[in-house]
Design a protein around this ligand. Structure first.
Ligand code: NAD
Ligand code: IPM
Ligand code: MN
Length: 360
């Protein structure tokens, strides 16, 4: 069957990591005897520079007509002075909203070979395996009004949710937990926010339909502490858009680098959106040293969730594990005593391992 995948390289290291992810997709397709069309489209600062808008209509149309979308990253200092509605980040928020991908799955696991790449004690990190389910198309990011007031002397951002928006993402989290260790931690700020009190109510209501899943509501400030104090207690963590953004970068520290964190954003039907959790990393862009593995692991999630190719997804994850076990590291993961490999070399090493698995 012909499948259509749209690739949105974006800015900074985005094009560097999607170039390698594209190679991976092409090789996997060829080995499996599948026909996948891989088409690129503009987003972010690159789109703004060429068209005056960070999310051109052609990009939206291409993405909607695809089976899946793979995104690199957007943003950078070049565009930081722009008004909010044409910043590169507005393009990313726009495509998430356009595709209706309300559930952002951010799996966080530690890799045995990388325990020393984290600043935390290795004994804390052993066995960490959680997935943050971040609500992605509502909450503080999208609520209206969102504007300057009183001639610039006041400002408002709005945290708005409908019952429906909370119910669907919470339900998704419970369904994921059923196939894992059957524990949902719901993170909120119910001691202060009305939105969190409604979120908590809905979590309790939903829990009734999942008697085999235990549920624990915790406050976001405490969650931030426990994520580094006792990370292996977490299985599925479900939370509001901005809380999830912040906690997932914190959780990246457990894995050794944000360059290891993939994500899948899913809606109800329609194409999924797959992207590394990291940004455009302007500090290392253009140097050929970015870690391509968050992109590779995002490709694995794409194959699993949008194309139903579980075995190929597992082959990629196993190949990443094997390459790390063999001692290869990009600079973000390397200690002072080891010589890091570049983006292309890491990509080639992992792709070789993927082929061994698919052919074996
Ligand atoms: P960042 O994730 O881009 O970088 C944070 C740090 O992590 C930097 O030191 C960077 O070099 C390092 N890093 C990130 N990815 C890496 C990789 N693959 N390999 C090696 N090192 C890596 O976050 P930031 O610096 O806060 O943001 C930079 C820009 O990216 C901003 O414009 C921001 O808005 C944007 N951003 C975009 C996305 C996205 O497109 N999904 C996500 C986060 C930030
Ligand atoms: C992420 C990023 C984005 C977000 C920004 C770039 C809009 O930080 O994907 O985590 O906050 O969602
Ligand atoms: Mn983020």
């Amino acid at each position: 069957m012909t499948r259509h995948i749209t690739i949105l390289p974006g800015d900074g290291i985005g094009p560097e990591v999607t170039k390698e992810a594209r190679r991976l997709l092409e090789e996997v397709a060829q080995t499996l005897g599948e026909t996948w069309t891989l088409e690129e489209a503009l987003i972010g600062g690159a789109a703004y520079d060429q068209t005056g808008h960070p999310l051109p209509p052609e990009t939206i149309a291409k993405c909607k007509a695809s089976d899946a979308v793979l995104l690199g990253a957007v943003g950078g200092p070049k565009w930081d002075h722009l008004p909010g509605d044409v910043r590169p980040e507005a393009g990313l928020l726009g495509i998430r909203k356009q595709l209706g991908v309300f559930a952002n799955l951010r799996p966080i696991r530690t890799w045995p070979g990388l325990l020393l790449a984290s600043p935390l004690k290795p004994e804390l990190l052993d066995g960490v395996d959680m997935v943050i389910v971040r609500e992605l198309t509502g909450g503080l990011y999208f609520g209206e009004p969102k504007q300057r007031l009183d001639g610039g002397n006041a400002v408002v951002d709005t945290l708005h949710y409908t019952r429906h928006e909370i119910e669907r993402v919470v339900r998704q989290a419970f369904e994921i937990a059923q196939n894992r260790r059957k524990k949902v931690t719901s993170v909120d700020k119910a001691n202060v926010l009305e939105s969190s009190r409604m979120w908590r109510e809905i979590v309790q209501e939903t829990a009734a339909a999942f008697p085999d899943v235990t549920v624990e509501p915790i406050l976001v400030d405490s969650a931030a502490m426990q994520l580094i104090q006792r990370p292996n207690q977490f299985d599925v963590v479900v939370t509001e858009n901005m809380f999830g953004d912040i906690l997932s970068d914190e959780a990246a520290v457990l894995t050794g680098s944000i360059g290891m964190l993939p994500s899948a954003s899913l809606g109800s039907g329609g194409p999924g959106l797959y992207e590394p959790v990291h940004g455009s990393a302007p500090d290392i862009a253009g140097q050929g040293i970015a870690n391509p593995l968050a992109g590779f692991l995002s490709v694995a999630m794409l194959l699993r969730h949008s194309l139903g190719l579980e075995a190929a997804a597992t082959a990629i994850e196993d190949a990443v594990l094997a390459t790390i076990e063999a001692g290869h590291r990009t600079r973000d993961l390397a200690g002072h005593d080891s010589e890091p490999v570049g983006t292309e070399e890491m990509s080639a090493l992992v792709r070789h391992e993927v082929q061994r698995r698919l052919n074996g």
